[in-house]
Write a protein that binds this ligand. Structure first.
Ligand code: FE2
Length: 260
């Protein structure tokens, strides 16, 4: 599939031409959804996904798992997570797995809209975007994701002997689907909110020009949180210790083609 900017721009123009003033207001709101931001020097935008997206992806995942239709990715991913299953792959260089798409179109479009929004917010000059991969991480007690970056396929932070040559510039759109009510007892400093890490995600700042920027940014994701951040922003996920519940996230890797 080719970068879709032209199609996106054309659809936008058609919609604007078709809409009367009232509807246009609604459409404009849709394109510029409210968000908060965090920074490590690089921007991290956090949106709220519609609640029905969260329930629908959860149901979709449970249903596809029940039918045995999903491919387990854990052997190719760095995450110490047994249940990592693919929902989308568009990678013509990858011979191990056929391309596939289980994503509902409206949810996929909403995710891509947020990527365009990030690129507008950061004044990025770009010619197009292309979704490379999407999958589910379902963290059980004790499972975690070591410090890593993303690339334009599903292999994260692999050794330098990558057979394929994935696109290296892009954005991750990370939707949070489930978070245990109780992440389990912290081994130390259990009552200190500043030192909590169970089930938290931590983003690590870059080494260049880091003055007045936080060294790291730690967040506790909640269901419905949708976080957009660059492929090369180092991050990790700490384990939770709830034996009865899982912490479930749904990342999508979207390549960005810069106007170079
Ligand atoms: Fe990640």
């Amino acid at each position: 599939m080719k970068p879709e900017f032209e199609e996106y721009a054309q659809n936008l123009a058609e919609k604007i031409n078709q809409k009367d003033a009232n509807e246009l207001d609604g459409f404009a709101d849709d394109r510029n959804l409210e968000f908060n931001w965090l920074t490590t020097g690089q921007m991290i935008l956090t949106f709220q996904a519609p609640p029905n997206f969260v329930s629908r992806i959860n149901e979709l995942y449970d249903d596809l798992m029940h039918k045995g239709k999903l491919i387990n990715y854990s052997k190719w991913l760095l995450g110490k997570v047994v249940d990592e299953y693919s929902l989308y792959l568009d990678d013509d260089n990858h011979s191990k797995v056929e391309n596939h798409n289980f994503l509902p179109d409206d949810i996929h479009e909403w995710i891509k809209d947020r990527i365009h929004q990030y690129l507008r917010f950061t004044n990025t000059s770009y010619v197009g975007i292309k979704t490379a991969a999407a999958w589910i991480n379902d963290y059980k007690a004790g499972e975690y994701n070591p410090v890593h970056i993303h690339l334009g396929n599903f292999e994260v932070f692999k050794d330098p002997l990558l057979v394929s040559n994935p696109h290296k510039v892009g954005l991750v759109g990370l939707m949070t689907l489930k978070v245990p009510n109780n992440m389990g007892k912290e081994f130390t400093n259990d009552g200190d909110i500043e030192k909590k890490r169970n089930g938290y995600t931590e983003f690590v700042g870059g080494a260049h020009g880091a003055q007045f920027a936080p060294l790291t940014t730690v967040i506790k994701l909640q269901p419905g949180d949708f976080v957009v951040f660059p492929y090369d922003l180092l991050h990790c996920v700490y384990p939770h210790f709830n034996e009865n519940e899982t912490r479930r996230t749904f990342p999508t890797n979207i390549d960005v083609y810069l106007n170079e």
